[in-house]
Design a protein around this ligand. Structure first.
Ligand SMILES: [Fe+2]
Length: 295
């Protein structure tokens, strides 16, 4: 089980100009894209059965939902950036694994549901992270929704619920006998610009927006390098509130709980601002033989 922190600004897909996206760009955000390209090459060298992704942009208010049909095919349009992201997707789902996770999580007391609506539209977080990690789209996915615990209750409750879900998903994966790549799809600090530059990929306009947010992000990167993931999750409520981070959805907590809160160093693949938000690409490779110091 290898874990990836994979931010999903649609800008990076736009900048890559894949055939599935209707918009055309002149590039941009290379620091992030080159980092993603390198991690995607590493994943090509690993034998695994499915990608399991937790996304903050499939938000559910009653329980945690799992994609539950073998194929979803449609167009995903970013609600905030329709000018840069209109992506024609055709994804396959590992329904057996999704059902197993749903069952094991349900047995542990978590409210769960399978998504069986064939017209359900896949969120751009799932598409962006999965496209950047595997542009060939040759692995089935399991997508997990984010229950809005931080909104209903508090980031502390989110942390507890997402940990329980992560532990349940890990048990389901173990029982299935499958090898998976876990993906936590989100940026770190999330304070962003309120106006868009005329040309979105104009890199002369891209910069860190707020020094305090940047310092928070770098603190987390240092802790990740130092193998302090238990401590990172312990300060997650404070980090989330101070930086209005997408960690509020629970993705990083879920992934770290599933991986047993790694005490080994994370691989760091890149950090860059996208419209002012802090985006870090990182991976947790439990195998010492293949774990690298990337940056
Ligand atoms: Fe997002």
């Amino acid at each position: 089980m290898l874990g990836c922190l994979a931010p999903h600004p649609p800008h990076v897909v736009y900048a890559e100009n894949p055939e599935q996206n209707e918009a055309f760009s002149e590039g941009g955000w290379e620091t992030l894209r080159w980092g993603y390209n390198r991690l995607a090459r590493k994943l090509k060298t690993i034998d695994y059965d499915a990608m399991v992704i937790f996304t903050p942009h499939w938000q559910t208010y009653i329980g945690t939902h799992f994609l539950g049909l073998p194929e979803f095919k449609s167009k995903s349009v970013d609600p905030v950036f329709p000018n840069i992201f209109r992506f024609n997707y055709d994804i396959s789902v590992d329904v057996d694994l999704a059902e197993k996770m749903c069952e094991v999580a349900g047995d542990s007391g978590i409210i769960t549901k399978m998504m069986r609506n064939p017209d359900f539209r896949i969120d751009y977080g799932t598409i962006t992270s999965c496209h950047m990690l595997n542009p060939d789209w040759d692995k089935p996915l399991v997508t997990i929704s984010s229950n809005r615990n931080a909104h209903y209750y508090s980031p502390e409750v989110m942390n507890e619920q997402a940990s329980a879900l992560g532990e349940a998903c890990a048990r389901a994966i173990e029982e299935s006998g499958k090898k998976v790549v876990l993906i936590s799809s989100h940026s770190l600090s999330h304070r962003h610009f309120v106006t868009e530059s005329p040309l979105p990929e104009d890199m002369s306009r891209e910069h860190i927006y707020n020094h305090s947010q940047y310092v928070w992000d770098m603190k987390l990167v240092d802790m990740m390098r130092g193998g302090k993931m238990r401590e990172v999750i312990d300060i997650m409520p404070e980090f989330t509130e101070q930086t209005i981070a997408e960690t509020e959805a629970g993705g990083l907590t879920w992934m770290m709980a599933a991986m047993g809160f790694p005490e080994y160093p994370a691989e760091i693949y890149g950090y860059q601002s996208v419209i002012g938000t802090g985006n870090l690409i990182a991976a947790w490779d439990p195998r010492e033989a293949t774990r690298e110091i990337v940056l």
